[in-house]
Design a protein. Structure first.
Lengths: 201, 201, 201, 201
DNA sequence: CATGAATGAGGGTTCATTCAT
DNA sequence: AATGAATGAACCCTCATTCAT
């Protein structure tokens, strides 16, 4: 399990999950507000509803919190993307539906996406690569959907790039909101981007 | 002048420019390596070739260094983009040339782009907005090129989005290199992205 | 409570009192020796018997220490003055006794008085005024004693000035000791000053 | 000469005097505002109208400035007191005139007196004693006036104490202005204090 | 398991002083 | 004699982490 990368003094696995969920929730809201480096472990403990001592019963270092947080965000995105994918049968139209869902998802998780973009670099190499691996998996999912839905229109290579493009177009709604969300409504943004993609597909 | 947002004790304007250039150079190389927060002012001073006391003769706070650095990166990108733009007469082909140049430019300034993506959020609101304004200007340049080169193919709205897409496609070559640069050579990446855009244009 | 003007991370109120008492004791001995500005927080921590980190668990800024110190000195003087006052019934003689006690008290707290004279100005305006208010209260006590003991010999105005004179005559034994204590023994000083006052009273 | 206690690189004695006068003027206005420790040498240089480099041509250390300043204040007080004394022939009345003049003088030099009270302690032992010696001389002057004017009413001892009392009553108009000047006009203060003294004399 | 007081390395910043020009 | 850029020791304060209770 991915969470086993973080060591805890506590044995009770259920409790670990419960406490870490509290922790992640607190951390996300703080990281949104002030970023990882400007957030103190004391603040995270407080936002999580327990003491600094207790916090350290469930992690080893502050970086562990960042890892758990990034991982949780990743999982959330992935799960919801997989749900969207599962609902559709392969067809050009369903691909568009998936893309649309993904854009809505990104709108929903804007701040979380921002955290990923800005803080992953603070993870140690090994942990960072673990997170990036998951992101790669996400691209893989999108790529597979593309290849399944429009096998004749794209090469493998093109599908890979397309998957990346689509995902980054979702992300950019979050990380470039200071420019995009001033000029486009979410619906316009989705319509226009899908329009652009349509000509390609 | 943009640099006047940062106060210096030293009066000699030329010297200020010289020292700040040293500073920016040192800071960029350190920020690349360990990010803004993990870099100490002492390290920056050393990398710049002078003492910590001297460093603080040319800035007021550590954040000033980040601002100067981001601003310098921005200027560099902008200048080179403007050069590329200036070389071409308006035509569909020349638009492609500009895009290509931009992608090469992004390849060249990968690490600098990464700094922008990851550290701008550490600036104070006002300063951050100053930097973002410049980024908006950059989009404006690209948008204008599009509208000049292919006025009949795109609406104003589409041009705006296209400009953003192109720029972010350039950026992603930098910030997603862990995935893209494993699967594509720069030339392939450019070719494929431009191919995709061709169908749109 | 006056001490609540200073914020602490620690919750245990008794511990706060204990640690701050250690702190004040250490600070006084250092301020006596080298003054507020030449004393470092590390020295205060050391003199208090704990680490710099612990020091800052009980205060927010170095100035807080000065405030706590001044306030503690003030309280000490006041308490002992009130004790002296409480022991006497109103009469001309008892007024003299109170004055005498006050002079002995000043001899006892010479160095502390010096700290007040020299460092209060380093407090922020608001805090300084809080301390000065307490000093005004002290004058009020003395004034009341005068008015009670010799109501027929002095107007309200004269009592006010007299109270101030007496208090400053006490203080000057401390802050002019380099001249007074070379020429007078404490007993002589008290005798002579009271003699002078006698003619007035 | 007292000023020779401070070493200068510059030879021209007149220039030294001129520059140091500028310096003292600047320093006094800054010390009034923020005290010795919170004033930087750069600020003093600027307020004096020359560069930090020039400042250090005329002194050796920051403390030298404090010394020169205290000494200048002392001299000013002394000179004006001596003038007042010189104008009178010995008599009980002229003593009162001198005292009155002294009080007016203290009102005039309030802030300067405050500087003396709060900053002299920052001088090195030897220098401090030099300043205190001058203050002792001032007491001597007052004492002599008393003994000359009312030789039959006071013993030598009483005269000494009286001189100190008068001087401190003058000073307290400055250092306790936060309480006295709220309740008394200068004229009332002088009248009342002299009234008190009258009964003694 | 939970708590929170204690720790001290380390960070940003200041400023008296020097010295080459 | 005047200048002001350069220096670095030293200061205040923070905060991740530990550990006794």
């Amino acid at each position: 399990m991915s969470k086993d990368r973080v060591v805890s003094n506590v044995k009770d696995q259920e409790l670990i999950k419960k406490r870490r969920d509290q922790m992640i929730k607190g951390a996300i809201s703080l990281f949104k507000e002030k970023g990882f480096h400007r957030t103190t472990t004391r603040e995270i403990a407080k936002a999580s509803g327990f003491s600094i001592g207790t916090l350290y019963e469930y992690i080893r270092t502050k970086e562990d919190i960042l890892f758990l947080t990034c991982d949780a965000i990743n999982d959330q995105v992935r799960e919801r993307l997989e749900n969207a994918v599962a609902m559709e049968n392969p067809s050009r139209d369903s691909l568009l539906k998936v893309i649309e869902s993904f854009f809505y998802l990104m709108d929903d998780l804007q701040e979380e996406i921002l955290i990923l973009y800005q803080e992953v670099k603070s993870l140690q190499k090994e942990t960072r690569q673990y997170i990036l691996k998951k992101e790669r998996d996400m691209v893989g999912i999108m790529e597979k959907v593309i290849l399944k839905c429009i096998p004749d229109q794209v090469t493998k290579e093109e599908a890979t790039l397309l998957a990346n493009n689509i995902i980054v177009q979702g992300h950019m709604w979050a990380f470039r909101r200071w420019i995009l969300q001033k000029q486009f409504s979410l619906e316009d943004y989705i319509r226009l981007q899908i329009n652009g993609l349509l000509r390609v597909l």
